[in-house]
Write a protein that binds this ligand. Structure first.
Ligand code: TXA
Ligand code: MG
Length: 314
C-alpha cells in the first residue's frame, strides 16, 4: 500500500470515513485513527501496530457533545470533562452499549479524549465520527511525536499520514478512571495528579491492590528504544560515554565525550523531546541511553513513568 502524506485534513477524513487508517498529530503524540463504525478498520489498527487484541483503544472526539455517542458519562465524569477537555487527558467512563467491543477490547468501559490541537480538531471535525486511535507507533516502540517517526514505523501499512508539527507535550495523555467514587490515574501525563486533586481531593494514583484492572497497555513492554535505558541519578558515572546518549536538565561531567547529548531547560522540554531522543539514539546505533531522574511530581511523574518503563523493557 502507498501511504498518502499530506497537511490537508479533508482527504484524510474522507479516507477514514471509507474505512482507511489515518495517522494524525495531537498535542501529546501522533495517533493512528480508524472510524469506530468500521470493524475491519479497527481490526487493521491492531494488525498495523502489532498490538495485542486485549489492549483497548482511546476514542477521539472533536467536541464534548459527541460523548453520548460512545459513552455513558455520570456527574463526576461530566464535571471532569468540562474542566479538562479539550486537553492532554483521557477519561475512562462507562461505554455506550452500541459501541463496537473491538474498541474497548470487550471491556465495559471506554477511554475518551478530546485533543487540544488545531490540526487534530480540524481532522476530527471533518471525520464527523468518533475516531478510535492508539499512538501511531509499532507496538513496543516509543510513541511517535513527529510525522517522520510515524513514517518510520507505519509507512506502507496505513492509508495516510496527516502531517503536522512535532507534538508539544510529547508524552501520552493522562488516563483517568472515573468509574468509581474517586478519580484514579491509570497512566500519568501532562494533566497532573495535583491538578486533578485540586478538583477532586480524593483523586489518587492507581495502586496494584486496586480492584479495577489497570490500563491493560501498561502491562506490555513499552516506550522502549532498542538501546538499553538507564534512569540516571546526577553524579553517577557514565561508562564508555561515546556509546551512550544522555538527556536531562543538568550537564554530566562526561558531556563532551557522549555519543549524543540533549540538555533541556525544563521538564516540559524534557517530556517533549524524550521519545524523539530515544529514536535518534537508536538511529545512531547507541548502546545505552541515560535519562536524568526528576522528582516524581507534576509532569515529572509522567517523565519518570516513561523512563522507568523503558528501563525495565529489557
Ligand atoms: O495521548 C494519547 O493518549 C495518545 C493520543 C493518540 O491520543 N493515545 C495513546 O493511545 O497513547 P495508546 O493506545 O497508545 O494508549 C492508551 C492507553 C493504553 O494503556 C490502554 O490500555 C489505556 O489507555 N486504555 C484505553 N482504554 C481503556 C479502558 N477502557 N480502560 C482502561 N485503560 C484503557
Ligand atoms: Mg501506545
Amino acid at each position: 500500500m502507498r501511504t498518502l502524506y499530506t497537511t490537508s485534513p479533508a482527504p484524510c477524513a474522507a479516507l477514514l470515513q471509507r474505512g482507511g487508517l489515518v495517522a494524525f498529530p495531537t498535542e501529546t503524540v501522533y495517533g493512528l485513527g480508524a472510524s469506530v463504525h468500521h470493524p475491519e478498520a479497527l481490526a487493521r489498527v491492531f494488525a498495523a501496530k502489532g498490538r495485542p487484541p486485549d489492549n483497548p483503544l482511546i476514542v477521539h472526539l472533536a467536541h464534548p457533545d459527541q460523548l453520548a455517542e460512545v459513552a455513558e458519562v455520570d456527574a463526576m465524569g461530566r464535571s471532569l470533562a468540562e474542566t479538562l477537555m479539550p486537553g492532554p487527558c483521557t477519561l475512562v467512563v462507562a461505554r455506550h452499549p452500541r459501541l463496537d467491543p473491538a474498541v474497548t477490547a470487550g471491556r465495559p468501559t471506554v477511554g475518551v479524549r478530546i485533543p487540544d490541537h488545531p490540526v487534530a480538531q480540524a481532522f476530527l471535525r471533518a471525520c464527523g465520527v468518533p475516531v478510535a486511535a492508539p499512538s501511531a507507533n509499532r507496538s513496543g516502540r516509543p510513541s511517535a511525536t513527529t510525522w517522520q517517526a510515524v513514517q518510520a514505523d507505519l509507512d506502507g501499512r496505513i492509508e495516510a499520514v496527516l502531517q503536522g508539527e512535532a507534538s508539544t507535550v510529547g508524552v501520552e495523555s493522562t488516563v483517568i478512571d472515573v468509574t468509581g467514587a474517586a478519580p484514579i490515574i491509570l497512566r500519568p501525563g501532562a494533566v497532573s495528579l495535583e491538578q486533578i486533586q485540586a478538583l477532586h481531593p480524593s483523586a489518587r494514583m492507581y495502586r496494584p491492590d486496586d480492584p479495577l484492572e489497570r490500563s491493560p497497555g501498561t502491562r506490555y513492554r513499552h516506550y522502549a528504544p532498542r538501546a538499553h535505558v538507564v534512569v540516571h541519578q546526577p553524579g553517577e558515572p557514565i561508562p564508555t560515554p561515546s556509546e551512550a546518549g544522555y538527556i536531562g536538565l543538568h550537564r554530566p561531567p562526561e558531556a563532551s565525550a557522549l555519543g549524543l547529548l540533549a540538555l533541556v531547560d525544563d521538564e516540559e522540554a524534557y517530556a517533549q523531546r524524550l521519545f524523539a531522543f530515544f529514536r535518534t539514539c537508536d538511529a545512531r546505533g547507541l548502546a545505552r541511553i541515560y535519562g536524568e531522574a526528576v522528582p516524581a511530581r507534576g509532569l515529572g511523574r509522567a517523565i519518570m513513568d516513561r523512563l522507568t518503563r523503558a528501563a525495565a523493557g529489557r
